[in-house]
Design a protein around this ligand. Structure first.
Ligand code: FAD
Length: 393
């Protein structure tokens, strides 16, 4: 039986951050992971460059059943603190856009940095371990049985992440442990994910595959201004991925594909100028040509602007400003960047991440019902929640 003060199951970003801060307090800590390669999600993140934080991260960038839960942890470990560690390790980085910080080089630099900090405090990595059973003893300690050894610890931290990308080892382990100890799990769904269209919509829009356009996408009071990308199954691109975080089955998404233009005024001005151009050509001055042609086809608009009826003008301007699509679903966990939902925050302390009813049991990172928008917010939550638990275990 190996004895540690703290065992962390899941050696991803949150788990390693927790181990670093636990070890710095002089506590012995082991990181148990079924993977043999550490930090695989970090390695594939940000297109291989890891968008490791967002300098603007704040509580409003997160979705949770309890919108106040994450405030405390986020305020106690800011993006600036993570940036300090990145700079100490001489990792070059840049702001790509909207406060999003990426490595200039490779995401592996972030993994190497976290592993080096874990090594510095003597955290032990137990890789390739299958956890068979977790038990709480009458003295309050925990027993963890793996395929190769048994461990005992005073505090057990669950940092096994969400369900997205099972191909690289995502599992529902954290939710099972929560349920084993009587904690509620908020319904989980794939998020920061592409949308799939119905067969009817797909047949209308299939010629748009590959078209990308700057848009304002709104759903359930959230709105995002970035590109959307039509795919062979539906919609992707950053604005669409962001919208998926706020979308529930049956909701329509509203797309403004010419957000800088008042389309009624635009058409009236062209009309007043006495333009004799075809409507699709006039549209192609403000949106991609292929999109302009398909929209005209959809509204059965042919010919010149001078021939455009009032009714057809209203139809096309409405399509530009408020194109409503009801997706059939999202692509699913095999592509989704995150899992929305997870361990119910009402069951956890917002200061320490400890389960209120199970002393010594902690949940951190994506397994918790706190999900960030696209743009470095999810890593910031992993660091901040890992830090919060690392101060307490
Ligand atoms: C393609 C992609 C790109 C992304 N890009 C970004 C980005 O650029 N910026 C950003 O902020 N966020 C990004 N994210 C989201 C971000 O990666 C996650 O939110 C973050 O990694 C969560 O950290 P975590 O430590 O909670 O979980 P994870 O990083 O998922 O770590 C969980 C660990 O637990 C282990 N584990 C799972 N089940 C078991 C089990 N049964 N037994 C033992 N171990 C287990 C796993 O092997 C893994 O090592 C991206 C996600 C994806 C999928």
């Amino acid at each position: 039986m190996l004895k540690f003060d703290v065992v962390v199951i899941g050696a991803g970003g949150a788990g390693m951050m927790c181990a670093i801060h636990t070890g710095r307090r002089g506590r012995s800590v082991a990181l148990v992971d079924h993977a043999t390669v550490i930090g695989r999600k970090i390695l594939i993140s940000g297109g291989g460059r890891c968008n490791f934080t967002n300098i603007n991260a704040g509580p409003d960038n997160y979705v949770s059943n309890n919108p106040h839960f994450h405030k405390s942890a986020l305020s106690r470990y800011s993006p600036g603190e993570f940036i300090e560690m990145v700079e100490k390790h001489k990792i070059a980085y840049h702001e790509k856009k909207l406060g999003q910080l990426f490595c200039d080089g490779s995401a592996s630099q972030i993994v190497d940095m976290l592993v080096a900090e874990c090594d510095k405090v003597g955290a032990e990595f137990l890789k390739g371990r299958i956890v068979k059973e977790v038990k709480k003893e009458s003295d309050g300690s925990f027993l963890i049985y793996t395929n190769t050894e048994s461990l005992s610890c005073e505090s057990l931290v669950i940092a096994t992440g969400g369900l997205s990308i099972p191909q690289i080892g995502a599992t529902g382990f954290g939710y099972q442990i929560a349920q084993q100890f009587g904690l509620n799990v908020v319904e989980t769904n794939p998020a920061l994910d592409g949308f799939n269209f119905s067969a009817a919509d797909l047949s209308k829009f299939k010629e748009l595959t590959g078209v990308s356009v700057d848009s304002l996408v709104s759903v359930n009071k959230a709105a995002f201004r970035e590109n959307i990308l039509f795919t062979h199954t539906g919609l992707s691109g950053p604005a669409s991925l962001q919208a998926s975080l706020y979308w529930k089955k049956g909701d329509s998404i509203h797309i403004n594909i010419a957000p800088d233009i008042d389309p009624v005024r635009y058409f009236n001005e062209r009309f007043a100028e006495g333009s004799n151009k075809e409507v699709k050509n006039i549209l192609a001055e403000i949106i991609p040509r292929r999109l302009a042609e398909i929209l005209c086809q959809m509204e059965n608009i042919k010919g010149n602007i001078s021939e455009l009826s009032e009714v057809k003008m209203r139809a096309i301007t409405n399509r530009l400003e408020n194109w409503q699509i009801t997706p059939q679903g999202t692509v699913g966990y095999k592509k989704a960047e995150v899992t929305r939902g997870g361990v119910d925050t009402n069951a956890l302390s917002s200061q320490t991440m400890e389960a209120k009813k199970v002393p010594g049991l902690y949940f951190i990172g994506e397994v918790v019902d706190v999900t960030g928008q696209l743009g470095g917010y999810n890593f910031q939550w992993a660091w901040a929640s890992g830090y919060a638990a690392g101060q307490a275990v």
